[in-house]
Design a protein around this ligand. Structure first.
Ligand code: NFE
Ligand code: MG
Length: 576
């Protein structure tokens, strides 16, 4: 007999996500459904606006991928207007966006995902001296000195944890599945993880400051405009550029000496999961590509992360990416619409058909019909996964020198075959690999900005005739966000927005079935996973968190008259 596990809400993510998994008698997941239970409407409020304002509004979709929607929106308008921005503007935008990647990925690994692998309560049994030796061991695997090798640091954290427990409460750690049989780290390894967790909490502020140097503020930067950037004084002032670099070098050290070693440690201890392809899912990946490396112009530049599509894990035959091949399907999403539409013609027309059906007093999603506020994007005729893993897979498949070098080094150090990437562990490892690559390339870019400014090039903005270019135009901003491929499509008529569509990374990954009944990436990744204890669905959290969900990107309720639309109370104490 099959049973359902309902996890609602999934915590340690952004936004509101519900997962329903169907398990068989052996607790193996045989089917799964992903649902966003709140509505997004930002596309509708952009209609009729001045296209130059869209970036500032669209960015409010989310406070996590800060500035990403801003950049994609501005790029969509620049694409529509045929504008190529100056070199300084390109580099500054890359520095703002790169700061977000290293910020977001570290926060995700430690503060949103680590506790799926690290058992905090077990750390209480750790010997701090042995923990120091453990940290040194994994740093050696990474080829670096350990971030924390002082026993005293581990002892302090252990004492802090003991104090928590003595008071009879674990504070923010209170609701974990501690002691679950699916945790594999030793007490010392758990103490290393918890110690770096706390240190990362402090350090992530530096990454936020990096963004704010050129962006003006964080989370929502302010200095990007159609045609360039406005942070003229920061580009002219060498000490501002130097400050970015100082913060970067300190943060980069943590990435190399704590984050990467911890991923080697967890990857090795959870090698069984990795080698058995647990959580692989669709095994089809797409990247729009991102980070322009030169100024040859729109979508002609060489990119740090190449674009492309890899289907069914076939690294030998990557496909070229074609922006025309994207559609959104609403067969199982609460929107009106008969057939899949390309985003240029996309609609955001809600059609709520009710939450679901009641069985034995429990309401389940009506999965035969509509069951999510997220649409189902389709590439050509394939469902695909997006994100850091997709970027690394596409980079390797396209034989990108830099991406291949970082991925190969990681796999060699970890003693893993390439296929290990097709798993939950692989998804988590790919994010770490990307973070190290990004931290290194940011050093090159900040130096490039300094030398370009020192050479006397201080141009930051390109002039354009708004009336002329905006009478009728359309464009897209297709590039990457930390969580994957992000697209903004704009149609402009008489200087105003005639249609605006956004397809975010979590739309690709968290989507429901399409009209052919094919699963979205989250749904596919859960099938085949064995749950040790159905009352503690740790394995579901582990795999879903490996995508770094941001449903907030897909959750915007807006009433243009400012009226309150509803009050929601979320009880996080009963998440199963
Ligand atoms: Ni709200 Fe985002 C990223 C974008 S994803 S975090 O990365 O775009 O759904
Ligand atoms: Mg959309």
């Amino acid at each position: 007999m099959s049973r359902h596990i309902v996890v609602d809400p999934i915590t340690r993510i952004e936004g509101h996500l519900r997962i329903e998994a169907v398990i068989d008698d052996n607790n193996n997941i045989v089917d799964a459904y992903s649902s966003s239970t709140m509505f997004r409407g930002i596309e509708t409020i952009l209609q009729g606006r001045d296209p130059r304002d869209c970036g500032l509004l669209a960015m409010r979709i989310c406070g996590v991928c800060t500035g990403t929607h801003y950049q994609r929106s501005i790029e969509a308008v620049e694409h529509a207007f045929g504008i190529t921005i100056p070199k300084n503007a390109r580099i500054v935008r890359n520095l703002i966006q790169g700061a977000l990647y290293v910020h977001d990925h570290v926060v995700h690994f430690y503060h949103l995902h680590a506790l799926d692998w690290v058992d905090i309560v077990s750390a209480l049994k750790a010997d701090p001296k042995k923990a120091a030796a453990e940290a040194a061991k994994w740093a050696k695997v990474a080829g670096v000195e350990p971030w924390t090798d002082a026993q005293s640091a581990f002892r302090q954290v252990k004492t802090r944890l003991e104090k928590f427990v003595k008071q009879g409460r674990l504070g923010i750690f209170g609701n974990g599945y501690w002691g679950n049989g699916s945790y594999k780290l030793t007490p010392e390894q758990n103490l290393v993880g918890v110690t770096h967790y706390l240190q990362a909490l402090d350090l992530q502020r530096d990454a936020a400051k990096m963004m704010a140097i050129f962006g003006g503020k964080n989370p929502h930067p302010q200095s990007i405009v159609v045609g360039g950037v406005t942070c003229v004084q920061d580009i002219e002032n060498p000490s501002r550029i130097a400050l970015y670099k100082t913060l970067l070098m300190k943060y980069r050290k943590f990435i190399k000496q704590a984050y990467l070693p911890d991923v080697y440690m967890a990857g090795t201890m959870y090698a069984d999961e990795a080698l058995s392809a647990t959580g692989a899912g669709l095994k089809s990946y797409m990247s729009y590509g991102d980070f322009r490396l030169d100024d040859t112009g729109f979508y002609n530049s060489k990119l740090l992360f190449p674009n492309g599509v890899v289907l069914n894990g076939d690294l030998e035959r990557p496909l070229n990416f074609d922006p025309e091949s994207i559609t959104e399907d609403v067969a199982h999403a609460w929107y009106k619409g008969e057939k899949p539409l390309h985003p240029f013609d996309g609609k955001t027309d809600p059609e709520y058909t009710g939450f679901g059906r009641k069985e034995n007093g429990v309401v389940y999603l009506d999965t035969k019909n509509k069951y999510s506020w997220i649409k189902a994007p389709v590439y050509d005729d394939s469902r695909v996964e997006v994100g850091p893993l997709a970027r690394m897979i596409v980079g390797v498949a396209r034989k990108d020198r830099r991406v291949t070098e970082y991925v190969t080094r990681f796999l060699k150090n970890a003693k893993f075959p390439t296929e290990v990437l097709f798993s939950t562990v692989g998804r988590t490892a790919a994010r770490a690999i990307e973070t190290e690559l990004m931290a290194d390339v940011l050093v090159e870019w900040v130096d490039e900005l300094a030398s370009n400014a020192a050479s006397g090039d201080l141009s930051t903005w390109i002039e354009f005739d708004f009336k002329k270019v905006s009478s009728e135009a359309k464009g897209y901003g297709l590039a990457e966000a930390p969580r994957g491929a992000l697209g903004h499509w704009i149609r402009i008529e008489n200087g105003k927005v005639a249609n605006y569509q956004i397809v975010v990374p979590s739309t690709w990954n968290a989507s429901p079935r399409d009209r052919k009944g094919r699963k979205g990436a989250y749904e596919a990744s859960l099938v085949g996973i064995k749950v040790t204890d159905p009352n503690q669905p740790l394995e579901i959290l582990r795999t879903i968190h490996s995508f770094d969900p941001c449903i907030a990107c897909a959750v915007h309720i807006v009433d243009t008259k400012g009226k309150e639309l509803g009050v929601y109370k979320v009880d996080t104490s009963c998440s199963t």
